[in-house]
Design a protein around this ligand. Structure first.
Ligand code: C2E
Ligand code: MG
Ligand code: MG
Ligand code: MG
Length: 292
């Protein structure tokens, strides 16, 4: 929608705009050949369960190693891939790769993790996600119950019925469903009740304001309460400070993910992290009348 509006607004292309369009077109062309040519990799970011203090899952995040441009981040290439449809190939590759990695970690004797894979609105709308998830799991020999797919609220609201049906099929395989970047789209309480959803991932913009000031946590608090009242797990993304962690614990959040616990890292680093079997730092005790 934003793209269509942009096209109408700029009837005459400025040179800079023109350059941008050329660059995007080139990127789109490169993406088509990149998919399936070994230029993509996955990094994994730990997710920590707050009850046990252990890493119980990881989120797979794609990286593109462009032969000329070097490392390209998803915020640059996913929107282009989404607008051209190439994202379907990337998402299917990521699913298969994440399953293979899960099997490799199992074989190496690591504690059994869950792996979450991001699925774009475009891929979700195609309607044949479940067979792809099923065959990826089967090919790697892993239980689909160890997979999670992350979709945004927006992805579930465009073609709502089709999306809901697809999510139901995926969930019937035992895969859990997480709503990503929760709070930035527009899903309603009623809609969340009918969608097959297991977890809410609170967008990091609502975590960034959890700085210990009175009232700072009210939005995040309302989201946690809403999720819990629907019987959902609530995960906070983008947790960077001990203050945010303390606040999230107090709010009753189930799990956390963010730089405080680990940046997205290679599969080998996840292996080392889990072998060191470290737990998250114990919550700092802070009484209300103690100055902070
Ligand atoms: P996301 O799924 O919401 O992933 C979280 C993003 O926040 C990641 O950015 C992650 O590196 C970053 N992040 C994690 N912890 C922190 C933190 O503590 N502070 C800050 N400032 N950032 C943090 P990344 O890896 O650049 O990915 C960006 C987005 O690209 C993802 O957002 C996801 O929507 C999309 N994406 C990534 N991989 C794939 C993929 O395989 N398929 C699809 N369709 N989308 C993908
Ligand atoms: Mg995600
Ligand atoms: Mg997110
Ligand atoms: Mg995001």
């Amino acid at each position: 929608a934003a793209k269509a509006a942009g096209r109408n607004r700029f009837a005459v292309f400025e040179p800079a705009m023109r350059e941008h369009v050329v660059a995007q077109t080139q990127l789109a062309r490169d993406l088509r050949t990149a998919a399936g040519s070994g230029q993509f990799s996955l990094l994994y970011q730990p997710q920590v369960d707050l009850r046990s203090g252990r890493v119980t899952g990881v989120e797979a995040l794609a990286r593109w190693h462009h032969p000329a441009r070097g490392l390209v981040l998803p915020d640059t290439f996913i929107p282009v891939a989404e607008s051209t449809g190439t994202v379907d190939l990337i998402d299917d590759w990521a699913l298969a790769e994440a399953c293979r990695q899960l099997a490799a970690w199992d074989a190496a004797g690591l504690p059994r993790l869950r792996v979450a894979v991001n699925i774009s609105a475009h891929r979700l709308a195609r309607g044949d996600l479940a067979p792809s998830v099923g065959s990826s799991a089967r090919a790697a020999g892993i239980d689909p119950g160890r997979l999670e797919i992350e979709v945004t609220e927006t992805a579930t609201t465009s073609c709502a019925d089709e999306a809901a049906r697809t999510l139901q099929e995926v969930r019937a395989l035992g895969v859990s469903i997480a709503i990503d970047d929760f709070g930035t789209g527009h899903s309603s309480f009623g809609r969340l009740r009918v969608l097959p959803v297991d977890r809410l991932k609170i967008d990091r913009s609502f975590i960034a304001t959890l700085d210990g000031r009175a009232g700072a946590g009210s939005i995040a608090g309302a989201m946690v309460a809403m999720g819990r009242s629907l019987g959902l797990d609530v995960v906070a993304e983008g947790v960077e400070t001990a203050e945010q962690l303390d606040a999230l614990r107090a709010l009753g959040c189930n799990a956390v993910q963010g730089w405080l616990f680990g940046r997205p890292m290679g599969a080998g680093e996840i292996d080392s992290l889990l072998r060191s079997s470290s737990r998250v730092p114990a919550p700092r005790r802070r009484s209300p009348d103690q100055p902070t």
